[in-house]
Design a protein. Structure first.
Length: 317
């Protein structure tokens, strides 16, 4: 899994009981607080996860809720993670909040199914597993049980568009289809990404009717096959993202620059150093809100990964 999805120079970090550097975490915490301030100023109600000592608990982080939870209408679905070290993430950091939302009658929560017996999802990988024939790569997981990360899917009105990846298998897609409320569907995008893990540095819906895609991973032709996107204005990401040394991107590619957070039809939160992107979105009547976030990047994601929206104004159905 690590070899398939992480930048090679950081593979040795991915060991049990391997801490992120303390100074980096401190700065990442400050950046997260800064993001919360900005969101609240913009009128967004923000919940934070419970603090968990992941070193003791034997996990990784709960800083990326986009991977573990997806909201579809009034239903919040917990992802059946494939990574062993992530299986308790929602339980330990988010279950209190989920229980409150459920008790308030606002949401139905579907918790991930328990795995009975040994988890065999990594057994005999390296060749296409049974039932994975429609996918192209030799994924790091087989199809022995449902697995997906929520960040492999995005919702466009009543249609969820997703991808197969090193963490999402065919049974995972079927499981998600079975969980979503009536009237919603799941479609799989044709993505060419041998390192695929999460679709939110591959497609970026900036607002209703306007989508940016990563031209190394997918194409306008592939996107237009999805009826919901037929009339959208579709753009290839217009810049070549710069590689960077510090703070390190332990777990992601430089395409993390696409992992911005649209908070309305006319405002998007972008990393403060991504000045080109910030200027570029203005032509669409979108105001960029620059926020420093490079230390959070090191933990595995940017603004989209580090948040999960529960309720949004319904702009277009
Ligand atoms: O392209 O490195 C970033 C998304 C992480 N949740 C990438 C994927």
């Amino acid at each position: 899994m690590v070899k398939a999805t992480m930048p090679e120079e950081h593979h040795d970090r991915f060991q049990p009981k391997s801490r992120f550097p303390g100074a980096l975490l401190k700065q990442a915490d400050e950046e997260l607080d800064g993001l919360v301030n900005v969101l609240e100023k913009e009128g967004v109600k923000v919940f934070r996860p419970k603090h968990v000592d992941w070193y003791d608990a034997g996990g990784y982080t709960a800083a990326m809720p986009r991977d573990g939870l997806i909201t579809v209408g009034n239903t919040i679905i917990e992802a059946p993670f494939s990574w062993g070290c992530r299986k308790r993430e929602i339980d330990l950091a988010y279950s209190g909040l989920l229980a409150k939302l459920e008790q308030a009658g606002q949401f139905t929560i579907i918790r991930a199914p328990k795995i009975i017996g040994a988890d065999t999802i990594y057994n005999d990988v390296g060749q296409l597993a049974d039932g994975a024939g429609e996918t192209k790569h030799n994924w790091a997981i087989n199809n022995s049980r449902p697995a997906f990360d929520a960040a492999d899917f995005m919702r466009f009105g009543k249609v969820l568009i997703g991808q197969y990846s090193h963490v999402t298998n065919c049974r995972g897609v079927e499981y998600l289809r079975a969980c979503i409320p009536n009237g919603y569907t799941v479609e799989v995008l044709d993505v060419n990404d041998p390192h695929a893990m999460h679709i939110d540095a591959t497609i970026l819906p900036l607002k209703h009717g306007l989508l940016v895609y990563n031209p190394l991973r997918t194409s306008e032709i592939a996107l237009r096959k999805h009826t919901v996107l037929r009339d959208w204005d579709i753009w290839a990401y217009p810049f070549v993202p710069k590689k960077r040394e510090h703070p390190p991107l332990y777990m992601t590619s430089e395409w993390l620059c696409m992992n911005v957070l649209s908070i309305s039809e006319c405002k998007v939160i972008v990393e403060e150093k991504d000045k080109e992107l910030a200027e570029w979105v203005r032509q669409f009547g979108i105001e960029p809100i620059p926020v420093p976030f490079q230390h959070v990047h090191a933990i595995g994601g940017s603004f989209h990964c580090a948040t999960v929206d529960l309720v949004r104004d319904d702009i277009a159905g």
